[in-house]
Design a protein around this ligand. Structure first.
Ligand SMILES: Nc1ncnc2c1ncn2[C@@H]1O[C@H](COP(=O)(O)OP(=O)(O)OP(=O)(O)O)[C@@H](O)[C@H]1O
Length: 299
């Protein structure tokens, strides 16, 4: 799987998705394009309801775009691709409450793997998320943060080269969230994964990412593609205090705010029924002509 190193890991080209309900149509994505290179961590940062999860579902093969194409490792996505791990926000619903932690992790593995391989992969993944001692417990006996670790272990056991995460840490308290962010930084390195993570938390996006892609309100368009010029080793205090981090945080906040005010959206759920125009383009910074602001801050 990791043998073919030609081309981008993820290519989203001119993708459009609309939901139809009776006579009304909600245009969620309309001509969105995006590339993610191998080994990158890219955070998709956008207001609530802009279409982030829909985009992630297209990457995961759970929804086919109405127009355009999604390719993983150069291959068009048709159905759920191999080599993929997915972690959703709602760990409570994604775990089987009656099964042990180990069984929950093993559940994500292909049935054609032999039993000892499945067991070894499960143990390795639980070890990686610091839950080796909890293998025999049930999800209901764990804290929210631990349950989300189980969900991450389940994805890791598949040994994915691409990890998709949809607001994975949104339901846990701030301290647990910081722990889980650092866990992700570590396992990404250990498992050599490309990561695409959806969030509407500006600080989290900058802390985790090599690139932050800022999306407009619905229909989501890329308004900025910010390279995070921070060392890959991150520290919850030093990184967040650094000049680069503080600058990027202000910039991303401004981009999000100007997008919201241009769209007239309030908290991301503007009215349905219209076939909206493409999202706002923020014309500050060095715009190479495609309307997407790019900036690279040196360390
Ligand atoms: N299956 C569906 N049928 C109809 N409308 C849908 C469906 N899925 C999503 N939508 C609508 O599409 C829009 C985008 O939803 P999506 O979940 O992709 O946004 P999001 O940016 O991930 O939002 P949030 O940050 O709040 O999770 C929303 O207005 C949502 O109501």
């Amino acid at each position: 799987m990791r043998g073919d190193l030609v081309g981008s890991m993820v290519e989203v080209d001119d993708v459009a998705v609309a939901f139809r309900d009776g006579r009304s149509t909600t245009t969620v994505l309309d001509g969105l394009s995006l590339h993610v290179e191998r080994d990158e961590v890219v955070c998709l940062l956008g207001p609530s309801g802009c279409g982030k999860s829909t985009l992630l579902r297209c990457l995961a093969g759970l929804r086919a775009p109405d127009r355009g194409e999604v390719r993983l490792r150069g291959e068009p996505v048709r159905g759920v691709p191999d080599g993929l791990g997915v972690v959703f926000q709602d760990y409570g619903r994604s775990l089987l409450p009656w099964s042990t932690v180990a069984r929950n992790v093993e559940f994500g593995l292909a049935a054609d793997l032999d039993r000892s391989t499945r067991r070894a992969r499960t143990e390795e993944a639980l070890e990686a998320v610091g839950l080796a001692d909890a293998a025999g417990r049930r999800p209901g006996q764990l804290s929210g943060g631990m349950q989300q670790r189980v969900a991450i272990a389940r994805a890791l056991a598949r040994r994915p080269d691409l990890l998709l995460m949809d607001e994975p840490f949104a339901s846990v308290d701030a301290l647990t969230r910081a722990d889980l962010e650092d866990l992700l930084v570590r396992v990404r390195r250990e498992y050599a994964m490309t990561v695409v993570l959806v969030t509407h938390d500006i600080d989290e996006s900058i802390y985790l990412a090599d690139r932050v892609v800022v999306l407009s309100p619905r229909p989501a368009a890329v308004v900025a593609d910010l390279a995070v010029g921070l060392p890959r080793e991150r520290d919850q205090i030093a990184t967040r205090e650094s000049e680069v981090f503080v600058h990027l945080r202000a910039q991303a906040a401004e981009l999000l705010r100007s997008g919201l005010s241009r769209s007239g959206a309030h908290h991301g759920h503007p009215g349905v029924g219209e076939r909206g125009e493409r999202g706002p383009v923020v014309g500050v910074g060095d715009d190479p002509g495609d309307g997407v602001q790019r900036e690279h801050l040196e360390r």
